[in-house]
Design a protein. Sequence first.
Length: 458
Amino acid sequence: MFNNLCRAPNFEEVPHHRHVCLNPTAKDSRFKKLYCPSHSDRISYTLSLSLSLCSDHQQALAERVSLSSMLAKSQADLPARRMKDSYIEVHLPLGSEPQLREKYLTYHNTVRYAAAPRNHPGVKARGRPAFLISYSHTHNPALPRSPLSIVTALVDKIDMRQHIIYPDCDIKFTGHVTWVGKTSIEAKMHMSQFHDGAYRPVLDATFVMVARDPENKRAAFVNPLTPEGPEEKKLFQEGETNKSRRVELSTASLLKVAPTDEERKIVHSLFLNTLDSKTVSFRSRVLPPTSVWMEDAKLKGLEICHPQERNIFNRIFGGFLMRKAYELGWANACSYGGCRPNLVAVDDILFQKPVDIGSLLLLSSQVCYTEGKHIQVRVHSEVFDPLTRQHNTTNVFHFTFASDSDVPNIVPKTYGGESTQTPPHLTDTRVKYLMLVSPVLSGWSCSLLCRTPVRFST
């Protein structure tokens, strides 16, 4: 347990950081205490190590402050970039290098979705391909270091093209910038796997990254993008459409706009179907056949946020939050469907609030909507401060899974109130299901703003 508590965070993304050595022959006396059996020495080591890591981190941030003078005063001061300037290609040789497989496999002998890009030796320091793409777009060879701090603002969408990732076939990640605003970047990433003599698509993802100053206090300008040819112009136009869609959806949330007549009728019909016809009382409820009360389809988890998952700003990596939310959502869908589900799609993931080191991260998953073989799971992420007793939401995730066979219908038990099983929550999740699953299955979806079918590119 002690060794786990003293594991060093990964500082590879920050130059000039010192790595913690666990070698008992190390010359630095700080490291030798790790192997001393004395309890007091262990406490002393833990304190000295914590202070050292904190000092190193503060020193790195202080060094980055001096980079502010390198920031562009306007976007016009930056040279335009092409899409191919940011193109990256990362290979994961699971087929040609069998010794790598154990790091990426599940106990079902399939590849872990969350681990594939994160643990790859070519993607250093927990840097997902989206970060590499963004920094490639903004790279200035005349500068010794980039003055920009690029962070993930939003994971726009993740679509699964196939459910099975073979454990003994090479994987390839490709991607490039597809749209640029003044301070934001849209990057698309594609994951494919070599099988039957060709690379076949597995996953498509769209990320929205934002550029900040070295201290992460204000926005910073990024290089403009010049699309070349009809295909690139189409991708750029799709980026403009995605931006407009995000603005519209943010104003059309059920927290701001009442449900439509159709949605209210659906909710009322669900409520009437659960009334006991013998008593004709709102308080007497009967669960319909092949159904499950929504309150019985929950699963919760807790994570203590250790320094090893932090970024250069001493906050927890967004990828860590996504992985933990996905694993909890998958476990809930597995429990609900009674079999190992397959991920179909992931809705927009907005990082509402940063998570500090040492936070208690509370994760609550809830099956919110079912249709046929599909299970929609909502995962609510919040941080709890034990000193102030305050809870703050950091993320809300929506995952769509597919089971092997039809699953029971999920039914809300309450018609009103403030819990997560209220009908408005159900209608919002139903709309998200239509937006997520329909493009994957048939290329059609339902707009949350106008409630009419809208064609999405596939």
